[in-house]
Design a protein around this ligand. Structure first.
Ligand SMILES: Cc1ncc(COP(=O)(O)O)c(C=O)c1O
Length: 477
């Protein structure tokens, strides 16, 4: 429930917010949970809000998030200049609407759509919304196919790894599709092809493949999955499409792994999403969903709105949305070009792999991944160390570093890990400073008799699900 964990409530601060005198104004006391009767001077109101926010973590030191925390001032200036533009008002802001369509074409081209001009897509608030739209299109296509064949449409299911980000659990729950989750097993910490195939039947609307996993940054085997589904179709007639959740990877692989075949080059890939605000390098919130052609997005999902004088096609969960992020995305495409994106993402990867191996070299940790796919890596505590990953996360927080620790879902609930997301702006120098702090922390933690903190102390991990949540999802009808 929003606001249920308000720290001020937890600490019983039911009284108002006492405000110190600023700019020589009289001290005032403002209500904490009700809109005040009267207003404040803008300087005082600004200072109150600004001071409250000082206690948030430092976004640049937040190694939990995949979301952009640094951008060039020119991108920020364009966003500030377009704060008043509503993305949905396409008639009123036709240039903004055109930039959105150019971005869709550019992404369709980047992801090797057979005919980028015939690909169809839209911007969203982020990958969560884009995944919902991708899932809805799969469901609707399946329903159309089944109805045309006179078959029932009551029990759709979607197949995916248990490592999928929480937005896919939401999709399944909100849109009443049975989630069929492939558990982890041994060293396989994401979707297994054979295991996914075994869960497919005539009610499967599609398989989700993640490039790369929120848990550890690893790429799922999209090409092998598609080949296996081709084979399934040949053997049984079942035609199961694939949606690639490229929230992060769809803006990394095209630049760093051009030979990896995971996109519209595979005929079975119906749709792809990415977060413009992750490795698309835009401040939050913008995402993208692209379908390989118009056949992949049923026309009856697209609403035509006669609004403010124009006929406007819309496929989105939100109506109003800021236009600045889309404008900043177009800026980044122009500013960096393929060459610039390649340099940024390769640098992130070099920093991630370098840091991963230096962390491994402390002898205190075992790498689960090393940042050589997404510039993201996960590591666990080596056998015999007297501390937990949760102890390490808490200790690093003392120096301002936000490094999440979390347990894995079924069938690897025994595994707990730390994860570091290397983003643009996390330099070699910052990585060196983090390593210095980690070494200092280790000296102290190694003197502990036994681990102090357990999974109950785990905080934010950007949508990875905890083991109990995974169990809850698995037990859903
Ligand atoms: C693989 C994956 N899919 C979807 C999402 C949700 O993305 P967003 O935060 O843009 O809604 C994330 C977020 O981390 C993710 O890692």
């Amino acid at each position: 429930m929003p606001g249920a964990h308000s720290p001020s409530e937890d600490h019983g601060h039911e009284r108002g917010v006492p405000v110190n005198p600023v700019f020589a104004a009289e001290p005032v006391d403002i209500p904490r949970f009700t809109i005040p009767d009267g207003g404040l001077d803008p300087e005082v109101a600004y200072q109150v809000v600004h001071d409250e926010l000082m206690l948030d973590g430092n976004a640049r030191l937040n190694l939990a998030t995949f979301v952009t925390t640094w951008a060039e001032p020119q991108a920020e200036r364009l966003m500030a200049e377009s704060l008043d533009k509503n993305m949905i008002d396409k008639d009123e802001y036709p240039r903004t609407a055109d930039l959105e369509q150019r971005c869709v074409r550019m992404l369709a081209d980047l992801w090797n759509a057979p005919d980028p001009g015939r690909a169809i897509g839209c911007s969203t608030t982020g990958s969560s919304e884009a995944c919902m739209l991708g899932g809805l299109a799969l469901k609707r296509r399946w329903q159309h196919r089944r109805r045309a064949a006179g078959q029932p449409v009551q029990r759709p299911n979607i197949v995916m790894g248990i490592n999928v980000q929480i937005c896919w659990d939401k999709f399944a729950d909100y849109f009443e599709v049975e989630p069929r989750l492939v558990p982890m097993s041994g060293d396989r910490l994401h979707l297994g092809v054979d295991e996914a195939l075994a869960l497919c039947d005539e009610n499967t609307i599609g398989v989700v493949a993640v490039l790369g996993s929120t848990f550890d940054g690893s790429y799922e085997p999209v090409e092998a999955l598609c080949a296996a589904l081709d084979d399934l179709q040949e053997r049984t007639g079942l035609d199961v499409p694939v949606h690639v959740d490229g929230a992060s990877g769809a803006m990394v692989a095209p630049f760093c792994d051009p030979d990896l075949v995971w996109d519209f080059r595979l005929a079975r890939v119906a749709s792809i999403n990415t977060s413009g605000h992750k490795y698309g390098l835009v401040h939050p919130g913008v995402g993208w969903a692209v379908w390989r052609d118009t056949a992949a997005l049923p026309e009856d999902l697209v609403f035509r709105v006669n609004y403010l004088g124009g006929d406007m096609p819309t496929f989105a969960l939100n109506f109003s949305r800021p236009g600045g992020q889309v404008i900043a995305q177009y800026y980044q495409f122009l500013r960096l070009g393929r060459d610039g994106y390649t340099r940024v993402q390769s640098t992130c990867r070099a920093i991630a792999t370098g840091l991963a191996h230096r962390i491994e070299a402390t002898g205190a940790f075992r790498l689960l991944t090393d940042g050589s796919q997404l510039p993201v890596f996960a590591f666990t505590v080596a056998e015999g160390e007297p501390f937990s990953v949760f102890d390490v996360s808490a200790a690093l927080r003392e120096s301002g570093w936000l490094v999440p620790a979390y347990t894995f879902p079924a069938d690897r609930q025994d595994l707990a890990a730390l994860r570091i997301v290397v983003r643009n702006g996390f330099s070699h120098d910052l990585a060196g400073l983090l390593l210095d702090d980690l070494r200092r922390v280790l000296e102290r933690l190694r003197r502990q008799a036994a681990p102090v903190r357990g999974a109950e102390s785990a905080g934010f991990a950007h949508g990875t699900r905890s083991a109990p949540a995974a169990e809850r999802c698995r037990s859903q009808p």
